[in-house]
Design a protein around this ligand. Structure first.
Ligand code: SOE
Length: 383
């Protein structure tokens, strides 16, 4: 059957631009879908034109734009996919929704929850399909953890314990801002590890066990001043959180700890969680992404213990689309899975999660944590 073409307009051409471009190229080769993404146009600021042209040529984007408003107005674009820095998400997403486009957006949804609310309301008012790319939900082992929890295998959940650790900002010589280091510039990123890394952990937690009621947090900025990437002679105060740790109480009564830093020497992208329930536990570590640890208290007493599930079999989430059992997949596949789920959702008329509304829920937890770090008190999560 002929596939329906879906013309994509990509806003941005950095790291996330590559992960999404790869997903658009691969998804139809591995998943049987009614929609076929067409790489119609890629857009970046005029200052980034020398990066945009080779990017577009490499991935097969048919045309380029340097003005996002023009891209949003183009009649031959069905989907606006935002992979530009966080301070651009709000305006682009709202304009795209008003123009009737499907809107996809990288995480975090926005600079803060006030912006996030306006974005969620805009896509809902326009009635357009929308999704935020929390890709780690689509790691097969994490999706399997969700399946085990939904099947009731863990029973009542008592604890959630998450860590997201990196180490790339330890040197005081790393500048802030500019094309590649905007994650260190609060005016562009909104926050530091809270929005960039903990947003992933929070999204996974909410997906697995439900909404967060209140949090109490501490943050630290270890290096107080850095040179700017665009002009190394200019030094500016660092206004992002380099590290954040918080306690959370979930609406269902479960207790949680979340910790994130870019100062954990040796940790490049360690994203872990453990869930403890009455009947069992699961544990995941992105440094061993194809494994899920599972403890089942109902096992016979003489064999009970943690087991390692190698999540590569055809009966595991997403895996039958790939290779033969035992052959592993990686980081880039999580974006392919997110896109496949989204396109399936379009086919069946259901909005694939996480929607902007769910991205807003995560944003509100981030905001509450950042607020609590200032007030040094427990803060209720809005909404
Ligand atoms: C930060 O270094 C970063 O690129 C995040 O922005 C991504 O969301 C994360 O998946 C990998 O690390």
């Amino acid at each position: 059957m002929a596939k329906k073409k879906l013309n994509i307009g990509l806003m941005g051409c950095g790291f996330m631009g590559r992960t999404h471009s790869n997903a658009y190229c691969k998804v139809g080769k591995f998943f049987d879908l009614g929609y076929e993404p067409v790489l119609k146009a890629a857009c970046a600021r005029i200052e980034d034109k020398d990066k945009l042209e080779p990017f577009a040529e490499n991935w097969g984007w048919q045309s380029t734009e340097t003005d996002w408003r023009k891209m949003v107005e183009r009649d031959d674009i069905d989907v606006i996919d935002i992979v530009a820095p966080n301070n651009t998400h709000h305006d682009i997403a709202i304009a795209a929704a008003k123009a009737g486009k499907i809107v996809l957006c990288e995480k975090p949804l926005a600079m803060n929850s006030a912006q996030g609310l306006e974005m969620a309301e805009a896509v809902e008012a326009a009635g357009v399909a929308n999704m935020i790319w929390f890709n780690y939900r689509r790691v097969p082992a994490i999706t399997l953890a969700k399946q085990l929890i939904d099947e009731g295998r863990l029973g009542r959940i008592f604890h959630y314990r998450a860590k997201y650790l990196q180490d790339w900002t330890i040197s005081a010589d790393v500048p802030q801002g500019g094309q590649t280091l905007w994650r260190l510039d609060a005016a562009v990123a909104g926050s530091g590890v809270t929005g960039d890394l903990l947003a992933h952990s929070i999204d996974t937690a909410i997906w697995l066990i439900g909404g967060v009621d209140k949090v109490t947090a501490m943050t630290e900025t270890f290096i107080k001043e850095r040179a700017t990437q665009d002009d190394p002679s200019v030094r500016k105060p660092v206004l992002i959180d380099d590290a954040c740790a918080f306690l959370a109480k979930f609406k269902n009564g479960a207790l949680a700890t979340f910790e994130s830093t870019r100062y954990a020497r040796g940790r490049k992208n360690q994203n872990t969680f453990e869930v403890n329930g009455e009947k069992g536990s699961v544990c995941f570590d992105l440094e061993d992404p194809h494994q899920l640890q599972y403890y089942d208290h109902s096992d016979d007493a003489h064999v009970v213990g943690w087991r390692t599930i190698l999540v590569t079999d055809s009966h595991h989430p997403y895996m039958k689309q790939w290779w033969v059992p035992g052959c592993t997949i990686g980081y880039e596949h999580t974006f392919v899975h997110a896109l496949a789920d989204f396109l399936k959702g379009l086919e069946t008329g259901t909005f694939t999660t996480p929607t902007f509304r769910e991205g807003l829920e995560t944003q509100r937890v981030c905001d509450a944590a950042l607020k609590s770090a200032k007030t040094e008190a427990w803060e209720k999560v809005e909404g």
